[in-house]
Design a protein around this ligand. Structure first.
Ligand code: IPD
Ligand code: CA
Ligand code: CA
Length: 267
């Protein structure tokens, strides 16, 4: 496959599919949602999460047959390696927000080739902000190129911390919050990541992100000069869950040092 020659075609198609998905989601606001629990009472899935994932899978099967798909709701393939082209999809990131607020949720799509992020898309539906990045070509919001990030230190910036990490008994994440200018919580890994990429935050930390929470945001983040790793500084593994940190290079180092100095090791 000549992936490079297909960038423009892929970009255009994915953008259309995401906007179609967003329309479907917005139209669903007046209808009653079917909500099911997954692993616990705060881990929910709706008929819309499932419908949107199926929408992407149908399109990918039609336009790019044979390419594997890793989707949160399980309608894609059982992906055990990142060889070849792999699509990574989170149909609704921030499902709890979607259910309880009808706001602050995102559609996320990424394309990886042999483990390397090639394309990343995050659409903040209610803000109508479409973030897109192509490896080596920069990141964009609604067609405007995002500036390379300023390397702001932790004490001069706001941070987002996932609620799971905030409530950890060790209190380490709270120490990161105290060192920063302040903590802001949204509840969508994708939206929090694009807020770091657009310079509103200096870091986003989370206790346990799945591949689909990370994949698109990592492409966007790295295109603007952010560092995206596990909380111990090691490389992200997109075949499993990762305690995650995306930050400016300086804040990244400061946060890792702060966590390490307290002797807690995050795998
Ligand atoms: C969740 C959100 C949340 C993060 C969780 C994710 P979902 O994704 O991104 O902010 O803290 O770890 O699972 O389940 O709403 O797609
Ligand atoms: Ca998610
Ligand atoms: Ca989701």
């Amino acid at each position: 496959m000549n992936f490079l020659n297909q960038f423009r075609e892929r970009n255009q198609l994915i953008k259309e599919w995401i906007y179609e998905a967003a329309e479907t989601i917005k139209k669903s606001f007046d209808a009653e949602l079917e909500i099911q629990q997954k692993t616990n009472r705060n881990d929910l899935v709706t008929n819309m999460d499932k419908a949107i994932e199926k929408h992407f899978i149908e399109k990918i099967h039609h336009f790019f047959p044979g390419e594997r798909i890793l989707g949160e709701e399980g309608f894609g393939d059982a992906v055990h390696s990142l060889d070849g082209v792999v699509w990574i999809i989170d149909p609704i990131d921030g499902t709890l927000n979607f259910i309880k607020q009808q706001d602050d949720f995102a559609i996320m799509v990424a394309v990886y080739e042999n483990g390397k992020g090639q394309l990343g898309f995050i659409y903040d539906v209610m803000q109508d902000k479409f973030y897109a990045a192509q490896v080596g070509e920069g990141a964009y919001c609604n067609g405007n190129r995002l500036s390379p990030i300023k390397d702001t230190p932790l004490k001069e910036g706001l941070v987002a911390i996932s609620s799971a990490l905030m409530s950890e008994k060790t209190g380490l994440a709270r120490a990161v919050g105290r060192t920063s200018s302040g903590v802001r919580l949204i509840g969508s890994a994708g939206i929090e990541t694009v807020h770091v990429a657009s310079g509103r935050l200096v870091a986003y930390l989370a206790a346990s992100l799945a591949p689909w929470d990370i994949a698109a945001g990592k492409v966007i983040a790295e295109e603007v000069g952010l560092v995206y790793t596990k909380l111990n500084g090691n490389k992200i593994d997109l075949l499993q869950k990762n305690p995650s940190l995306v930050a400016t290079p300086t804040a990244h180092k400061e946060i890792i040092d702060l966590l390490n100095s307290n002797g807690k090791s995050y795998m």
